[in-house]
Design a protein around this ligand. Structure first.
Ligand code: SF4
Length: 206
């Protein structure tokens, strides 16, 4: 599995770790301080568009939408060009920013920084680089939580039944960390049981 590209000189303030964590666990849509970064829009991600994305659907040309595999009618994906760029990216900016799909609003590359899991390989090198530059502001207690989260991420990376997709891995890692907090037990046995349960839950979803 590729690794994050640790920052040598450049850092970006990721904000309070607790605020970020609460957003991840409760909110829909992330308030990411992207600045001028468009790494995720240029990294070969398929953008999933759901029937709830009515506003986005009126702003994306029909020719760019393809039926989403294994999803009900009304679900689409928008692809990317040969350089991995979303077709709605124009002159380095999202041409439909105010109308962008929920998938884009939810994407938060700070999850890679928090879990220590890379977004992917060469095609995700810009996201990995950005993730390596994030610096959360941390209290002593938050530093302990972050270290725990990264230990869970490192453990998950070594499991043969873990997903291979970087985003899925990072989000699963976050869920597992939450399971351990709920259990009040960070042992490998509890972690293994939590992973097995999470994989079974995913497998049983329609
Ligand atoms: S729709 Fe806009 S925000 Fe979403 S990937 Fe494309 S350019 Fe980026």
């Amino acid at each position: 599995m590729p690794e994050l590209i640790p920052s040598r000189d450049v850092t970006h303030a990721a904000g309070s770790f607790s605020v970020w964590l609460e957003q991840q666990q409760t909110a829909r849509g992330s308030d990411v301080p992207c600045g001028s970064c468009t790494a995720c829009c240029e990294s070969g991600y398929f953008v999933h568009i759901t029937p709830e994305d009515g506003d986005a659907l009126t702003h994306i040309p029909e020719a760019l939408l393809f039926k989403a595999p294994a999803r009900p009618a009304g679900h689409y994906v928008m692809g990317f060009d040969a350089r991995g760029r979303c077709p709605m990216l124009e002159d380095g900016q999202c041409a439909i920013y105010e109308h962008r799909p929920q998938t884009c609003r939810d994407f938060d590359c700070r999850v890679f920084a928090a879990t220590g899991i890379a977004a992917g390989g060469d095609d995700k090198i810009r996201v990995n680089a950005r993730a390596g530059q994030w610096q959360f502001s941390l209290t002593d207690a938050e530093q302990i939580e972050l270290s725990q989260m990264q230990r869970v991420g490192a453990w998950l990376l070594a499991q043969p039944d873990a997903p291979s997709n970087g985003t899925q891995l990072a989000l699963l890692s976050l869920e597992l960390w939450g399971d351990l907090v709920d259990a009040g037990d960070f042992s490998t046995e509890v972690l293994r049981a939590a992973l097995t349960r999470r994989i079974q839950q995913r497998g049983s979803r329609p």
